[in-house]
Design a protein around this ligand. Sequence first.
Ligand SMILES: Cc1ncc(COP(=O)(O)O)c(C=O)c1O
Length: 424
Amino acid sequence: MEFTRFGKKMTSNAGILSLMDDLGKATAPGSKPLIMMGVGNPGQVPEFQEIIRQEFLAIGNDQQRFQQLISGYAPPQGERAFIDGLADLLRKEQGWDIGPENICLTNGSQTAFFMLFNLFAGILTDGRRKKICLPLAPEYIGYADLGIFDDMFVSTKPDIELQQGGFFKYHIDFEKLEIGDDIGAVCISRPTNPTGNVVTDAELARLADLTAERNIPLIIDSAYGLPFPGMVYVEAEPFWNDNLILCFSLSKLGLPSLRTGIIVANKEVVEALTAMNAIISLTPTSFAPVLARNLVMNGEITALSRDLIQPFYRKKMEKAVAAVRDQFADIPCRIHKPEGAMFLWLWFEGLPVTSLELYYILKENGVLVVSGHYFFPGLSEEWRHKDECIRVTYSQSDDEMQRGLAIIAHVVRRIYSEDSGKKE
Ligand SMILES: Cc1ncc(COP(=O)(O)O)c(C=O)c1O
């Protein structure tokens, strides 16, 4: 068999593949038990699951709704009643001037990024090449291999603000950020995976102005953001205008297996995504839209995000930070200020091994994390910092989180002390 360049690119050793592979192997029957602090699986929120379970049972008892759930292709833009309900909700609650023509569903937001990036970057009909600008590295590992063509991303090193209490925060370095003619769109995740950063409203407004001036879209990945699932622990305002493409997902709310992404954008972008949906998958799934329709229609989706999901993850974040403070007190470890999402981004300054080596050592010791070096797509310059960070997820049970962090602290402490032993 001979694979095309596209085939080779899509089957190569991608970071996201190894991450999802880790998940599969670690959960396979008979596998060695590992503490999973790597993947971005949402936590088990019993109250949310009960609401969904009750809705599922109600649908199962209603012939007509059950038929809608399983037996019918939705239009390629996505299940209409869900889209109508969501447009109403966003108009009413956020004051956004949008209608159903501004919303398209996709099979997970990951698929939406594949479509969007290849819509705006690659080779134009007149031969010019365009790229996607990621204005703040580090950025989501899942973007890195989405380009049909190589070299899809350019990224900029962040400003690092050292904060009290062993925290730090990345900021966009607007002095160095270049958005030239070769940029087709700018994209940022907010909250950011892997760091839990929430770029400030001012930074976002500046990005929105820069992109609008250049007549290119600003894609805001709100997989963890506002108004749902709302995993944001600082003041931040969601906003929309015609030049923004907002990407939401039902995954982190607690429905990752139902693969539902939601794009809010201008009509031209929605029409393009609708066409791509039809070509790639005929239609996006209507399972989650039918199951979650009532949550959207009655506004419960935002209320639950605010009153249940956000406090659930905030508490976990606080426990994780306390555990790091407790276990890593004698280790040079800084935490990126955890402002959102469900990750701690740990920076071990001067780590004697690379973060990838650390990943393998930790795996041997029974804990899976993600090596930080994967999260710098588009940043080709040498920078030791890229190999000094790891991402740990805190969505699992408190007990696993505590045990996992204790193992990481033990291993990292040993690595530092063996290295200082060598130097003496
Ligand atoms: C920042 C970010 N964007 C997008 C996605 C894709 O999520 P999904 O395809 O489940 O909607 C993820 C998944 O972890 C993510 O972390």
